[in-house]
Design a protein around this ligand. Structure first.
Ligand SMILES: *Cc1c(COP(=O)(O)O)cnc(C)c1O
Length: 385
């Protein structure tokens, strides 16, 4: 099977993890702060807070921005469920903004329209989470301008997008948002096994997220609310969680980050090659906005069901039967049973649904060879006939 995505683990990655296992600290040692510094420096952010998953990072990012009961969070329906669930973890309500049919990211025009209506109904969101789908940045300048006009916070869900760029700068620098969240799940660009990082330029937000990832407990005198009795003292000043990343995970991340630019270059080369090899077929290749440089976490194609003789399901099954591990990203979140029970219905976000009917992610991963890619293209051509 040629998978749609796969981690790439080198001998140095393995040695880095083994070294930690032989050291004194498996958690709360030197590796997590070093990993945070490397991610912050790469992105051009002032602070990075590492946790055990992007889902946890989204949760504490929402809490740090004060999201709670009675508040609203908006995100894209074309995402993994975690981008929406984080609102519900905080007792807030969630709604969606339909996608741009070219980029498959949150549509700025739809967002502007929905904000105008929400303002009239007194139902503006407190937080908006644009998702950089497949590794391509959303139009952050325009979304940021709307946040200034309507007064909402922005968390970028960049789970797909470490190493990607927007207007010539790395995603995660925080020029157009409060917090950016990355995932280090094995299927993403860089892995720590499980893991997430939140970057920000606001010291208050970084401090709050550091507290929340570790029980709301601090040893920092300036964060304590009662006088210090002695050096043993820690104080719980908030209600937090155990969302800490381990030293093994951070060591793997540090080692992997050294190859991030290679990972991005190979993915870009594979995408470029697909663009050429898939010319003149009844499918739509991923459009690239000129403001962006994608990290190509995914290479999603849309089967032009009007021109192809096969349905998406038929093409999908033919590829799977021939050992090509295609996948579908994403089932629109609002059509999930849990969200239907919250009152969402099919038809609510037609562009995301239209897209979902046609989309398929074909394999792209660091170690994929040209020969493997040729095989994917050959089987895909046959399947479309
Ligand atoms: C993978 C992913 C997440 C969740 O990441 P975890 O690290 O697995 O918690 C959130 N949002 C998007 C868009 C993702 O792809």
């Amino acid at each position: 099977m040629i998978p749609y995505g796969k981690q790439d683990i080198s001998q140095s990655d393995i040695e880095a993890v083994v070294q930690v296992l032989q050291s004194d600290y498996l958690t709360q040692g030197s590796q997590v702060p070093l990993f945070e510094k490397i991610v912050a420096d790469y992105c051009g952010a002032d602070y990075a807070v590492a946790v055990n998953s992007a889902t946890s990072a989204l949760h504490i990012a929402c809490l740090a921005l004060g999201l709670g009961e009675g508040d609203r969070l908006w995100t894209s329906p074309n995402t993994f469920v975690a981008s929406a669930n984080c609102a519900l973890f905080c007792g807030a309500t969630v709604d969606f903004v339909d996608i741009d049919p070219r980029t498959y990211n949150m549509s700025v025009a739809e967002l502007a329209k929905k904000l105008q209506q929400a303002k009239q109904n007194n139902s503006l969101p407190k937080v908006v989470i644009p998702v950089h789908f497949a590794g391509q940045s959303c139009e952050m300048k325009a979304i940021y301008a709307l946040s200034q006009q309507y007064g909402f916070h922005i968390i970028e869900d960049a789970s797909h997008a470490i190493g990607g760029q927007y207007l010539g700068s790395p995603i995660g620098g925080g020029e157009y948002s409060d917090i950016t969240v990355f995932s280090f799940h094995p299927v993403k660009i860089v892995t720590t096994g499980e893991g997430g990082v939140a970057t920000t330029n606001q010291s208050k937000l970084a401090e709050k997220m550091q507290l929340l990832r570790s029980h709301g407990v601090t040893r920092e005198p300036h964060l304590m609310t009662q006088p210090l009795e002695g050096a043993w003292v820690y104080q719980q000043v908030d209600l937090g969680f155990n969302y800490r990343m381990t030293e093994m995970q951070a060591a793997l991340g540090i080692s992997q980050m050294q190859r991030l630019n290679d990972f991005i270059a190979r993915r870009a080369a594979l995408a470029q090659r697909y663009n050429q090899l898939l010319e003149h077929l009844p499918l739509t290749k991923p459009f690239q906005h000129h403001d962006t440089r994608s990290s190509f976490h995914l290479y999603p194609i849309l089967i032009q069901t009007e021109h192809a003789s096969k349905t998406r399901l038929e093409v999908f099954e033919t590829l799977r039967a021939q050992g090509i591990g295609v996948n579908v990203h994403y089932i629109p979140v609002h059509t999930q049973p849990y969200y239907q029970n919250l009152g969402f219905s099919e038809g609510d976000f037609p562009e995301a649904e239209h897209y979902y009917q046609r989309v398929m992610s074909i394999p792209v991963f660091h170690a994929m060879s040209d020969a493997e890619q040729d095989r994917v293209v050959q089987v895909l051509k046959q399947a479309l006939l």
